[in-house]
Structures are given as C-alpha cells and as structure tokens.
Design a protein around this ligand. Structure first.
Ligand SMILES: Cc1cc2nc3c(=O)[nH]c(=O)nc-3n(C[C@H](O)[C@H](O)[C@H](O)COP(=O)(O)O)c2cc1C
Length: 280
C-alpha cells in the first residue's frame, strides 16, 4: 500500500500544530487522497474509528481562538477507554499523511460542539440532550462522538499572534528525552538501536497541552514494549489523555515499521488507562 511511498519520519519531524490559516480551501485532489487513505489504511488492531471531512465557516466559532479554514476532519468513535485511544492512533496516521501532502493541521479536543453539530450533524438522538460547550464531554458517553477534530489547510505564518508564537517557541517544540520516559530503570544506552529509533519518534508525538504523559516499559529481553501512563494520571484541562497515548503508540509503530520490524499490537484497558502492547 501507500505506506512505503510516504516519508513518515519527515512528516513526524515537520508536523506542528497550526493555529493561523490562509482562508482558502484544500484542493479537491488532496481531499480525495486523504479520503482514499482513510478508506484503505492498514491499522494493526481492531477499532471502530470513523473519519469524516467537513466544511467549516471561516469565523472563530469552531476553534474559538482562531478562524477556521474552509476544511476540517473529524475523528469519531465510541468513548470507552480503548476506542478513544484508538482515535489517537488512527487520527495521527491521517494527520501525518495530511502533513506529507503539505497540509497544516492541529489536533483539537476543545472544539465548540454545537458549531460542529451544525456543520457536521453526527449526534443523532443525543443532539436533543444538553450539550457540553467544549469537546464531546468529560466521561464515557452513549454512542459515538467526534473525539477530536483538526483543521485542514495552509499555515499563515504572518498571521501568527504573539501569544501563539511564544507558545510555539517555548512550549510546543519541547519534548522530554527518551531516557526520562523509560520505566523500571531501563536506560537509553541499553536499548537496541531500532527500539531507540522508534522511541525517539514516539517521544515527538503531540499531546494536549504538550503534557507528554506517556511512559515506556521494556521487558528485559527487549521483546515486549508497553506504552501507557501512570495509574490515576489526570490533567487539569484535558479530559481524554488516552487519545494522546494512541498518538504516541502510532509514532512508535511507525518507527518499528520503518526499521522493518514486525510486531503484534494490542490495546487493552488496565486500571482506567489504555495500555498499548507491542510484541516484536
Ligand atoms: C489530543 C489533543 C488535543 C488537543 N487539543 C487542543 C485544543 O483543544 N486546543 C489547542 O489549541 N491545541 C490543542 N492541541 C494541540 C497541542 O497543544 C499541541 O499538540 C502541543 O502543544 C504540542 O505542539 P505541536 O503539536 O506543535 O508539536 C491538542 C493536541 C492533542 C494531541
């Protein structure tokens, strides 16, 4: 499939959250490529994530801090721990593919739900219930929701506000080193080169508020790797940290594939958090 024709490592290294867009639509040909990628992509585990493209109004209603470009993409799924984590994995593949097409994106959890429902009806009978203002809600819901969305378009660099420039320079780009994320006394130096490479891509994953709450577990024989977060981890502002674990797992999986390493991927819930397991 298209896997080998895409420079995933480059996409990971150049992707940034864009919060200022040119007000022009994405070319139809690129939207078709995205849709066909979404239809055909191989995901190494069972999941129920659905991708929907939408057209947005060019005002600040949807993202509130910046004006929406004409195009966007939503990641829908059930909202149990594993489904939400799968959104991170599947959604990040699409975000990286969009990046490789020259498109700017921004993972967005705190979109305005009523505006999304207006431009992309998806709530069905739940639309009659009281709606949260930002995102789909705090806990598990009945039925599918748009777990996160992203604008799709072209980054307008001149339009970046001072605040965003500061955020981009001092918060966004910063990532923890692999060594700080390894559990049980494992060190970077002791890792086989291929694993270190995959962890290096994993640590570069985006996370809400750049919290990087993922932690890496490696068995003594280097054959089993887990990606999860500390039990009881909570973030003040972001209610769905399992999404971010899925994004990180996606980068790790891409890293293994780029090194030609086959692995079995499984996703389960343990003590309220998603646990990604890779057996190589
Ligand atoms: C799951 C998820 C949800 C996010 N939600 C928002 C959001 O609601 N608003 C926002 O401005 N940025 C949001 N972000 C973007 C993060 O702030 C950004 O990814 C992080 O600061 C790292 O910066 P980078 O993406 O430029 O590498 C979200 C990111 C992720 C992964």
């Amino acid at each position: 499939m298209m896997f080998t024709t895409i420079d995933w490592e480059n996409a990971i290294n150049i992707r940034r959250s864009a919060r200022s867009f040119e007000m022009r639509p994405v070319e139809e040909s690129k939207l078709e490529l995205l849709q066909s990628f979404a239809d055909k992509m191989e995901i190494p585990f069972d999941h129920d994530v659905k991708i929907r493209m939408f057209k947005a109004n060019m005002d600040k209603k949807l993202y509130t801090v910046f004006a929406s470009p004409p195009d966007g993409m939503a990641f829908l799924a059930n909202t149990d721990t594993c489904s939400v984590a799968a959104v991170g994995f599947v959604g990040e593949l699409l975000i990286l593919y969009a990046t490789s097409l020259g498109l700017a994106t921004c993972w967005y959890g705190h979109y305005a739900l009523s505006e999304l429902e207006r431009i992309m009806p998806h709530l069905g009978k739940y639309a009659e219930q009281p709606m949260p203002k930002w995102g789909y809600g705090k806990g598990e819901t009945d039925g599918e929701r748009a777990v996160c969305i992203t604008p799709l378009g072209y980054w307008q660099k001149e339009g970046v506000r001072f605040f965003d420039r500061v955020t981009e320079t001092f918060i966004s780009y910063k990532r923890k080193p692999v060594g700080a994320l390894l559990e049980n006394g494992m060190t970077e130096e002791s890792l086989p080169a291929e694993l270190l490479y995959a962890f290096d891509l994993a640590r570069k994953a985006p996370s809400a508020a750049n919290s990087q709450h993922w932690r890496f577990g490696v068995s003594d024989d280097f054959k089993t790797i887990t990606i999860t977060m500390p039990v009881g981890y909570k973030h003040m502002k972001w209610e769905h940290p399992n999404v971010d674990l899925g994004i990180c797992a996606c980068h790790f999986w891409l890293g293994l594939r780029l090194k030609g390493i086959d692995c079995k991927v499984s996703l389960s819930e343990d003590q309220g958090r998603a646990v990604w397991k890779f057996e190589v």
